[in-house]
Structure formats: C-alpha cells, structure tokens
Design a protein around this ligand. Structure first.
Ligand code: F6P
Length: 551
C-alpha cells in the first residue's frame, strides 16, 4: 500500500477544526452543568476497559470534525489494510501484523502466500513447551540443577515490553523462579544484574529481532563469559546449550553466535520491535506467568484488536483517543502527554509507551517521502500516582502548558491492605478521582476566598481547571486487561500516524547514532585517525575522559 497519504491540512475537517480551535473556550464546569448526559455520552467500553472521555476538552462540534477528519484521511481504510497484511510499512516494504500474533488458532490469515496463523501458533507451542520445562524443572542446567533465574538480554522492544509486563503481572509469577533483565550497554547493568546469581541455575534468553544490536550482543558475550567462568570444568558447548536460548528473526545469526537453533524461537519481519512483546520476545514472561496466563494476555490484545477493527467510529475507543490526541497536539498546542497509572505494578508502563509512541510517531516525513504538513508525535511520559502528585502534578495543575493526561486504575487491587478501618486501595482511588476532578473543574478565586484565604495569596491558590484527562478503569490488572491496555495504545498510536501521514512502523531515526557509535569507539580507544575524524567538541570530551580515567 504505497499510495500517497492524504494531506490532513487540505481536508475540510482540518479547516473546520482550525476554526473551532480559534474561538475555543473550554469550560468543563459549564459543559457538565448544561449537559447531564455528558458523562454517559462520552464514556465508552472496549472489552474490559471503561474509558471516560467526559473530562476531555471536547464538545460535540469538535468530536464531529475529528471523526470527519478520520474519514477524510482514510484511517479506517488503512486500518483494514493493516489487518489484511498489506505492506503499510512502506519505507521497509513490510506488512504490519502484530495483530496476527494474537489471532486465535482457528483464525486464518494468508500474507505474501504464507498462512501466518499457523506460523504464529507453531512458535507459540515451542515457546510454551520450553517454558513448561523450565517451570517444572524438567529443563536443567549443565550441572543437572533446575533453573531459578531467567535473564532476558535485550533492549528497546526486546526489553521494555517483557520488563513492563513482568512487573505488571507480579501476582501471577511462579514462586522460586525469578526473571531479571539486562538492557543497557553500561557494564553496570550486567554487573549488578548478575550479582549474586549462581551460573548453575541461571538461564539466559538473548532477545533481539535483528540479532545485530551492539548492546545486546555485547551483553550476551559478557554473560556467556560469566557463565563459562562460573561453570569451568564443564564442556563449554554443553553449558551454552543448557543455559542460552535466543529469540530472533535472524536465526542464522543466532547460530553464528553459538546458540543451537533448536534452542531458538523465531518471529517475523512483520512484527516491529516495539510491537513484539506478544511474540516470542515475551518468552521470559511466559516462563514467569505460564502459558495459560500468557494465552489470556494474547486474548486481551485480540479483544481490543477486534474492537478497533469492527466498532463504528463514534464508539471506537482507540480511534477516539488517537483523534483526541491530534486535537490537543495540532490545534490546542499540547506538546506532551502524561500517562499516570494509579496501579503501582504498572510503574514501567509509561517507559514502555515512550518507545511505542515516540519511536512510532516521531517522524518528519510522510510515508511517500514528502515532508509532514503538521506537527507530529507527542512526548509521552509519566509515573505512577500518587508518587507523581508529589513531584510534577504542580505543573499540570497550575503551569502554563497544556498537558493532557491519561489516568489508569483498577477496581480490584492485587494486594488488599487495610490501615485500621481504612481500605488503602480506596484511599488510593480517592486520589485518582480527586486529581481528575481538580484538573477538570479547578478552584475559583471565590472558592479560595470563601476558605478565608488572605487576599494576597488568593491568585496562587486558584486552579484554572479545564486541564484535560482521560480516565481508564478496568476490573483488575489481569493478563487480559494488560493486553487490552497495550493494544489500546498501539492502535491509538496508529490512528495518529495515519492522520499525520507517517509510517509509524519504521525507526530510521535511531540508526544514525548506532553507526556513529561504531566510529567513535576506536577514537576513544586511541585510534588517531578515528579521533581526527571527530568534531572538536567530541575530541575535547574524549580528551577529558582520557585525563580523568584512572582505571
Ligand atoms: O532502538 C532501535 C531498535 O531498532 C528498536 O526499534 C528495537 O526495539 C531495538 O532497537 C532492539 O532491536 P533488536 O530487537 O533488533 O535488538
């Protein structure tokens, strides 16, 4: 699908939105007072997710214009092309089929002459069989001991998803089996992660789509050396075979690295790295939570895929959320977007979303190579509530920037604790609700004065309100709900990308740094020619480093 993107700016809907934005004076207090149906009208369900958009800066006219924009730029047509397996990743000439990773076994989807559902389930079966062996102790290390620690070595999409989900699904982990994650090429990461581990009971999963990523291969070599050192006396090939498995699309490179292809799990170039946590890249997670729970996670993803694929536009949650972000970004001047989970176990979710959203939509050209005609991308960031409340919420409440925020909470906490008679989870939720309410409705000068505040301090204590939030709630943080949340953000990212006309599935912007690092390395190590090729600032920094380095 290489057709040119529709220029959003040329559409009638864009002109309408621009006109609406000019005179836009959001007044959530009045909107709520005048429209008793606002909450019902703007609350939607997608599988188990309950999504309340009523505290958004959205009125009927804006919503209609956004839906018209989606129509004019062809969001639904491109969505359907994605689900069909057309090559909508234009710059890499690839299909985009992370949705196929969660199709049920009895589904069928032929892409480029290949039944991908069979392929997906064949690999899943192998991953599940391997995970069961580790979980039951049938898989032993070279000394015959069972595995107690699984270390995933990967970075970006080969790390962030598994870590995030491992943390989020803590209550579902098997006792006595720990997962650790090494991603950074800072040697501190490998050193601290391996500290205290017994090589005899440790198994490494080298996760890399390309199996060419410097960080991952370096860390894999460090871990191999650590393992062989700790298991000196055992046959090295045997030790690697019992303690190393790999996940990659490049099985030839896996073999070159010395890992038996029988211990490797594949996936396909139609799965982007940041969309791969539900492929074999999730093997560490399967070991931790087991195949059954992982299957529930996949079913959760699929439920939202189906919602996105089949629900009419006016009730389609990823579509509405993606369009809302376009409204904030392109018409109301928002530059960043906070994601604030009121669920401690989602503490890595904002970090995960940073790659998903920013690597996808941080682009300055469209899929036909022409420059974008609008601002693109948003800076996603966040921390779990209530920690964030005591750090940066001040700026969201009273600062000069517009920061739309997604608040995420579950009704049933994984750990139910009481402080005397007080249900601590309810106290936690009270904060979620108080914050979203204060952001929407603010506090007027009259209300501040009515509290007897000294007049000089009144302005500082006024809250302007009309700070937009989306409230996302679910019954509990189950594997299925986690899959639903991830799929929701995958698809809203896609919607934004289509509006902007960009290829949300390539990532050329990270390539340059990788290439340059290969050239700077020799300069640091003392190669005169390589040093001379650097810019003056880089040469000076290298000189400082060399002076300071004492070990
Ligand atoms: O950061 C660039 C990137 O290519 C990501 O898209 C990817 O998730 C990450 O590097 C890791 O790549 P790989 O899985 O091939 O090691």
């Amino acid at each position: 699908m290489t057709d040119s993107p529709v220029d959003p700016v040329s559409t009638a809907a864009w002109a309408r939105l621009r006109a609406l934005a000019e005179g836009f004076a959001p007044d959530l207090r009045r909107w709520f007072a005048d429209d008793p149906d606002r909450v019902a009208r703007l609350t939607f369900s997608a599988a188990d997710l309950h999504v309340d958009l009523s505290k958004s800066l959205l009125d009927g006219e804006v919503l209609d214009a956004l839906l018209a924009l989606a129509d004019e730029v062809g969001v639904e047509a491109r969505r359907d092309a994605m689900f069909r397996g057309e090559h909508i990743n234009v710059t890499e000439d690839r299909a985009v089929l992370h949705t196929a990773l969660r199709l049920p076994r009895d589904a069928s989807l032929e892409v480029d002459g290949q039944d991908v559902v069979t392929d997906v389930h064949d690999v899943l079966e192998r991953v599940y069989a391997f995970a069961e062996k580790v979980r039951t102790g049938a898989w032993t290390g070279v000394t015959g001991q069972r595995i107690h620690t699984v270390v995933n070595i990967g970075i970006g999409g080969s790390d962030l998803g598994p870590v995030m989900a491992y943390e989020a699904l803590t209550p579902y982990r098997q006792d006595g089996l720990e997962c650790r994650f090494i991603s950074n090429i800072d040697p501190t990461d490998a050193a601290t992660t391996l500290a205290g581990l017994d090589p005899a009971t440790t198994l490494f999963i080298v996760s890399s789509k390309t199996f060419g990523t410097l960080e991952t291969l370096t860390n894999a070599r460090l871990c191999k050396a650590w393992l062989l050192d700790g298991l000196a006396g055992h046959d090295a090939a045997d030790a690697v075979a019992r303690h190393f498995v790999a996940v990659s699309t490049a099985l030839d490179k896996v073999a070159e690295f010395g890992i038996d292809p029988a211990n490797a799990f594949g996936f396909w170039d139609w799965v982007g790295g940041r969309y791969s946590m539900d492929s074999a890249i999730g093997t560490s997670l399967v070991v931790a939570i087991g195949p059954e729970r992982f299957g529930e996670l996949l079913a959760g993803f699929h439920a939202i895929d189906e919602h996105f694929r089949t629900t009419e536009a006016a009730r389609n949650v990823p579509l509405l959320m993606g369009l809302l972000n376009v409204w904030y970004t392109n018409f109301l001047g928002a530059e960043s977007h906070a994601v604030l989970p009121y669920a401690q176990l989602l503490h890595r979710f904002p970090a995960y979303l940073q790659q998903l959203t920013m690597e996808s939509n941080g682009k300055g050209v469209r899929w036909d190579g022409s420059p974008v005609t609008t601002g693109t991308g948003e800076i996603f960031w966040g921390e779990p509530g209530t920690n964030g409340q005591h750090a940066f919420y001040q700026l969201i409440h009273q600062g000069t920037r517009l920061i739309p925020a997604d608040f995420i909470a579950v009704a049933n906490p994984p750990y139910d604790l009481k402080d005397g008679a007080t249900d601590v989870h309810e106290l936690f939720l009270a904060n979620f609700l108080a914050q979203t309410s204060a952001l929407a409705f603010g506090k007027t000068a009259e209300e501040v004065r009515a509290e007897g505040t000294d007049e000089a301090v009144v302005p500082a204590r006024v809250f302007p309100g009309n700070r937009p939030t989306t409230s996302i709630m679910a019954p509990e943080l189950s594997p299925s709900v986690l899959g639903q949340l991830v799929a929701l953000y995958e698809h809203l990212t896609f919607v934004q990308g289509v509006v902007w006309g960009i290829d949300s599935f390539d990532q050329w912007g990270v390539e340059l740094g990788k290439q340059l690092a290969q050239k700077v390395g020799p300069a640091i190590a003392g190669d005169e020619d390589a040093l001379a090729a650097q810019d003056p600032s880089t040469r000076a920094l290298i000189a400082y480093y060399q002076e300071q380095r004492t070990r």
